[in-house]
Design a protein around this ligand. Structure first.
Ligand code: SAH
Ligand code: SF4
Length: 435
């Protein structure tokens, strides 16, 4: 019996798919790369932007044929789309061939739900927001790098964002559970771990203990055998000097800060409920650059938030030019049902949003290229992640600062930590030479 999982969205979804795979393997299923061979097909969905949702719906539309052809195949719609208000019922009506629809909190209940769906004549739905996520089986997607969630959910209610509604309130895992998991991974030979949370900087606040994210970073850094520690995502409002110091003192913690700015206009930041100003953000960057000059800073930006004027957008461009991010993930604002911003006046038209993102991407690409060119001639520590997708003779890895490096090698280098000399730069990638 085979399973196939298609994952959309963020790293937390990638991790959740690893848990679904863990459950299935302990039930005796094996993975397949061919969805036609699958006895269980899971679509793990993302609801953060309209585009991500549309991709899922068009895939579901295409799956009707396979479902008709393959009698007995179970089709599962998992994750954030299912958890949106009213969505599960609508999906059930529109795609009656789906067997099971579950929100992300049902992860611990998956085996029973699958059992129930197998015998049920109609689609089974579970969108209960409560659920236990500790001690679940995990089938890791890689053998040398692993995701480790440190908290689930989010309390921030940024006005554009659906995450708090679909993943529930923030719940930190106990530090001892996280450390046990990291120690176990290190013993199994994992070289790199990434601590995951919607806002890692507020870790521990809900636990009422004298232990915060910086303490966790220091403890994880002490785990023997481990070579690299990463973390995402940071929230500027909860980001502290103590965290920067834990990064620079840490031998394994990588010098990369992903710190979403979202907008460079104070008016828009307020309307987004982000809880910081551009001045505060600028000071954080100064602090990072002062204490850790070689570090990389990346960001997320939204253009076309309701009410964003030309002047507000110019404020964002100004910040981008001044801060000179190593990379930026820029998004066009997408109204999400149930969020405060979707109801706000002054929704920006599509053409303006498109013009703004094109300009922002152009400026950022130039900056990323200039920053990457500064690395030509340097030697970088690279953890090799796999073969390059476009060229099987090339390998792909990442620097400590999270930059992608392609290089050629006659030997299999996957999972190795190497020193690579940088010879060429593009906005999103570097090319290197290893000898
Ligand atoms: N918890 C993380 C990730 C949230 S989702 C964080 O706070 O950074 C990842 C990114 O998607 C966000 O940083 C934001 O830039 C973008 N995003 C979220 N909701 C969006 C929306 N409705 N429209 C466009 N972009 C959005
Ligand atoms: Fe969404 Fe804001 Fe929470 Fe990030 S911090 S998940 S953007 S509500």
């Amino acid at each position: 019996m085979h399973y196939f999982i298609k994952t959309y969205g963020c790293q937390m979804n990638v991790y959740d798919s690893e848990v679904l795979a863990g459950h299935l393997e302990s039930m005796g299923y094996s993975p397949t790369d061919d969805e036609e061979k699958a006895d269980i097909l899971i679509i793990n969905t993302c609801a953060v932007r309209q585009k991500a949702e549309e991709k899922v719906y068009s895939r579901l539309g295409r799956l009707v044929n396979l479902k008709e052809k393959k009698e007995g195949m179970m089709l599962v719609l998992w994750g954030c789309i299912a958890q949106q208000e009213g969505a599960a019922r609508q999906i059930k009506e529109r795609f009656p061939f789906v067997d099971l629809i579950c929100g992300p909190q049902a992860l611990g209940r998956f085996p029973e739900l699958l059992q129930k769906a197998t015998v049920s004549p109609s689609c089974v739905i579970d969108t209960d927001l409560t659920g236990e996520r500790e001690c679940l089986p995990v089938k890791r997607g890689d053998s040398f790098k692993a995701w480790v969630p440190i908290s689930h959910g989010c309390n921030n209610y940024c006005t554009y964002c659906v995450v708090p509604y679909v993943r529930g309130p923030e719940k930190s895992r106990l530090p001892e559970h996280i450390l046990e998991e990291v120690e176990e991974l290190a013993r199994e030979g994992y070289k790199e771990i990434t601590l995951l949370g919607q806002n890692v900087n507020s870790f521990g606040k809900d636990l009422q203990i004298e232990y915060d994210f910086a303490d966790l970073l220091r403890d994880v850094d002490r785990v023997k055998e481990l070579q690299r520690v990463r973390f995402m995502t940071s929230h500027p409002r909860d980001f502290t000097e103590k965290i920067v110091r834990a990064v620079i003192d840490g031998e394994k913690v990588c010098e990369h800060f992903h710190l979403p700015l979202q907008s460079g206009s104070n008016r828009i930041l307020k309307a987004m409920n982000r809880g910081y100003s551009r001045e505060v953000y600028r000071e954080l960057i100064k602090l990072i650059k002062k204490l850790s000059p070689g570090s990389a800073v990346t960001t997320d930006i939204i253009v076309g938030f309701p009410g964003e004027s030309e002047a507000d957008f110019m404020g964002t461009l100004e910040m981008v030019k001044e801060i000179r991010f190593d990379a930026a993930y820029n998004f066009v604002y997408s109204p999400r049902k149930g969020t405060a911003a979707a109801e706000m006046k002054g929704q920006v038209d599509k053409e303006t949003k498109t013009e703004r993102i094109i300009l922002l991407n152009k400026i950022q690409n130039r900056i990323s290229l200039e920053k990457n060119r500064e690395l030509i001639g340097t030697k970088q520590e690279v953890l090799v992640e796999g073969r390059s997708k476009n060229n099987p003779d090339m390998y792909t890895g990442r620097t400590r600062t999270n930059k992608i490096v392609h290089f050629a090698s006659p030997e299999n280098m996957v999972g190795k930590m190497l020193t690579v000399g940088i010879v060429e730069a593009k906005p999103w990638t570097l090319t290197g030479k290893h000898n």
